[in-house]
Ligand binder design. Sequence first.
Ligand SMILES: Cc1ncc(COP(=O)(O)O)c(C=O)c1O
Length: 482
Amino acid sequence: MANIKFFSGEQIPLEMHKVRIVQKLSLPPVEKRLEAITEAGNNTFLLKNRDVFMDMLTDSGVNAMSDRQQSAMLVADDSYAGSETFTRLESKLHEIFGMDFFLPAHQGRACENIISQALVKPGTIVPMNYHFTTTKSHIVLNGGTVEELIADTGLEVTSSNPFKGNIDIEKLNELIEKNGADKIAFVRMEAGTNLIGGQPFSLQNLSEVRSLCDKYGLMLILDASLLSDNLYFLKEREEKCRSMSIREITKELARLCDIVYFSARKLGSARGGGICIRSKAVYEKMRELVTLYEGFLTYGGMSVREMEALTVGLEETMDEEMINQGPQFISYMVDELAKKGIPVVTPAGGLGCHINAMEFVSHIPQSQYPAGALAAALYIAGGIRGMERGTMSEQRNPDGSEVLSNMELLRLAMPRRVFTLSQVKYAIDRIAWLYENRMLIEGLAFVDEPKLLRFFFGRLKPISDWQQKLASKFRQDFGESL
Ligand SMILES: Cc1ncc(COP(=O)(O)O)c(C=O)c1O
């Protein structure tokens, strides 16, 4: 997306790609949408894709691939062991991150399983800027605990802080001093911090974390799943990075870390994952786990076609014009919503547009899942599927009490290069209508609640007939329109 001025003065992102393969969409009428969300137990994960007009659930594995990625898939070298495809991927990762060892895995959480099994011992602590759902579950499963040390400003919903993903260095130092370095399994930094609105950390912050890790002899692990957005923001927002190329920034980030792992469903717009490791001893510790859980060391659960697409996708991540499409579309959506007074997370981050449900539906208590209720309401209003990122995404305490989330967000992911600007405008329109009618939205209650990762497949019901009222109001206001 180039920096192109419009004669009209309008400021809109202009795509530096053209669309050559399309998928037909349909938008079911509001009555059908009401039926569909009821059948899905008010959980947007359980909706059928055929009932969804704009799938903004996630950017995971659904980013548009480039023509070069597609064509690379045709030349894949299919063999169980030692394929050329793997060698190409391994050398691309070596070139980009400069680490000597690479272990493939079928997706990001598989990397987390391997890292946690290898490095988390019962009673140990993993400090991090912020947790991700699957990361925390794997650490806890191995007897560890997660300490989130995000700087206080990171949790301010509206802010002008360019690096809300920064860890609080003082708190990190205190935690290590208080517990002793031998109690710390490793320090984890997450690029483009997912659960707080796709917010980046600064290179300066990562360097300071490195210094502390050096002081106490700790390992620093980077979750690079959302690295491409973080790279874009570093280049845009951090003085030191302005004169550096994306490739140089990437190298510098990796130089500060001992391990870089990623979900290739996000990084590289493909499907798969992997762990880049600096130390041979750590590599050897993890290697057996890959063969046990993922597959042989030269595919790790990935198809060769996906590995070829990933190799090209990683190279394309080094191209600023490729990685700026998502953040620029998101920024457009966030700014337009903010202009209408709709509460959104600012500054615009990566991954998607995040609506602040705590404020949007401030009349719904956290125990009734405001962000989950808003997700169901937006599906009814527009056939748009978002994802709850709030209390529903937390796990109950061992005594059964709720963990009330710091933030109640409805995440509307922006899969890269997938939606057109008119579709984004449609989403803005339906959100604006919903905001006008927000008092019609009420809460949800679980009817079927899994113990682990309940947001994936738990089922809920509305606490009243509010959804029927919302659908009738839609009909009244929009007439025959879908
Ligand atoms: C920051 C982060 N880490 C890890 C994961 C897990 O990756 P996967 O979905 O490929 O298992 C994700 C997925 O969304 C993520 O955003």
